[in-house]
Design a protein around this ligand. Structure first.
Ligand SMILES: *[C@@H]1O[C@H](CO)[C@@H](O)[C@H](O)[C@H]1NC(C)=O
Ligand SMILES: *[C@@H]1O[C@H](CO)[C@@H](O)[C@H](O)[C@H]1NC(C)=O
Ligand SMILES: *[C@@H]1O[C@H](CO)[C@@H](O)[C@H](O)[C@H]1NC(C)=O
Length: 346
């Protein structure tokens, strides 16, 4: 009897040990499922950009008018929380005029996407000046004092705007080849056209002032754009997909000019980015699995959530591993104790 129970506990400890060995492999395989096959439907791909469109809508509307979607078109928020930290910027007339137009254009984009796909509630957005200051700090790799404030004046607001539609634009370029239906591609082409137009206007306004220093820093507009573009390349973990207003001549059009009013590749075609690359940038941390930056609770929709969910899964897996290790330890101790007792008794 003592022999068979001894064998029994021996067996249970072996089972636990094998479980510990096998689990990591099983869990690793499990983790891969989420992000590929299921998520490439037109619906998911068209819903994903809503995140950036919400960001642009709120930033432009608040910057120009001092209020946002909750006042302009509350139904489009689908009940998502109001943005944090957005405020009216101190803009000159022409900038306020242009940014107002951009803000209302973004409202149209939200409506068009939500007509085509179901969409999701507005994610929590953090548009506090300190979030922008954090991006600029990361871009320069050091504190600049006072911290960068996008709402301070027109030039600062344009530099902050340099952060936004361009990321959307590269997302649309990256998404296009993965869409199946003509209606999806037609919507995307319409969105891409206006996003790149907005980016071009912002870049042109900054290009005129590229030699100006951004007060009160002794840093030119051109250098700001270079640093921001480099940061986006770094965070996205890609080769060059982003270029400042002045580039080494080999990156300019046909390798002939260093002026770079538009960012484009060797054939002067727009760069594309994947959703993961975009999330790494807008979360500000280079990791699509960790919410942060402009999206303190993460972006919404199946694509963005799948990255966050798989992180939760990793945490759960770690908990399971810990538990099975404890089980193994317990079984071993029990086994040892029984063996010792039986041996002692005998
Ligand atoms: C800016 O707009 C305001 C109000 O529309 C107007 O009173 C003011 O004269 C304008 N300023 C300039 C410099 O155009
Ligand atoms: C917004 O960002 C700032 C700066 O990182 C942070 O201090 C603040 O807690 C954030 N707010 C929310 C609601 O996440
Ligand atoms: C500003 O920067 C330029 C170039 O880096 C430098 O020559 C100049 O002395 C600086 N001016 C001040 C006031 O720091």
């Amino acid at each position: 009897m003592s022999m068979s129970s001894h064998m029994g506990s021996m067996a249970s400890s072996i089972v636990a040990f094998v479980l510990v060995l096998l689990l990591p492999k099983y869990l690793a395989n499990n983790n891969n499922i989420g992000s590929t096959s299921v998520l490439n439907s037109d619906v998911d791909l068209l819903e994903f950009p809503l995140n950036l469109e919400f960001l642009e809508t709120e930033f432009f509307l608040y910057g120009a008018l001092g209020y946002g979607l909750d006042r302009v078109a509350p139904h489009l928020t689908k009940g998502g929380p109001p943005p944090v930290g957005a405020t009216k910027a101190n803009l000159d007339n022409i900038t306020a005029d242009i940014i107002t137009q951009f803000g209302f254009q973004e409202v149209g984009h939200l409506r068009a996407i939500q007509h085509t796909v179901k969409g999701f509630p507005r994610p929590l957005l953090n548009l506090s000046s300190s979030v922008f200051a954090g991006v600029i700090k990361d871009a320069f790799g050091r504190e600049i004092t006072p911290p960068f404030d996008p709402y301070r004046n027109s030039l600062n607001f344009l530099i902050a705007s340099y952060l936004v539609p361009y990321v959307g634009l590269t997302g649309y370029v990256g998404t296009n080849p993965n869409l199946n239906k003509p209606t999806s591609r037609s919507l995307l082409a319409g969105l891409l056209g206006v996003e790149s137009g907005q980016d071009a206007v912002i870049r042109a306004l900054l290009y005129e002032r590229k030699e100006m220093t951004v007060e009160p820093y002794n840093i030119t507009v051109a250098e700001f754009t270079e640093r921001i573009s480099e940061l986006r390349n770094r965070l996205g973990r890609t080769d060059v997909t982003d270029e400042g207003l002045v580039v080494p001549i080999d990156l300019g059009a046909e390798g002939k000019v260093s002026g770079n009013v538009l960012s484009a590749n060797q054939d002067s075609l727009s760069y594309g980015r994947t959703p993961a690359e975009i999330l790494r940038i807008v979360y500000g941390n280079g990791n699509e699995g960790v919410a942060g930056g402009f999206f303190p609770k993460g972006a919404n929709g199946r694509i963005a959530r799948s990255y966050l969910v798989s992180r939760t899964a990793v945490q759960m897996n770690e908990a399971i591993l810990r538990r099975s290790f404890l089980l193994f330890l317990f079984a071993s101790l029990y086994n040892f104790w029984k063996y010792f007792l039986v041996g002692f008794a005998a």
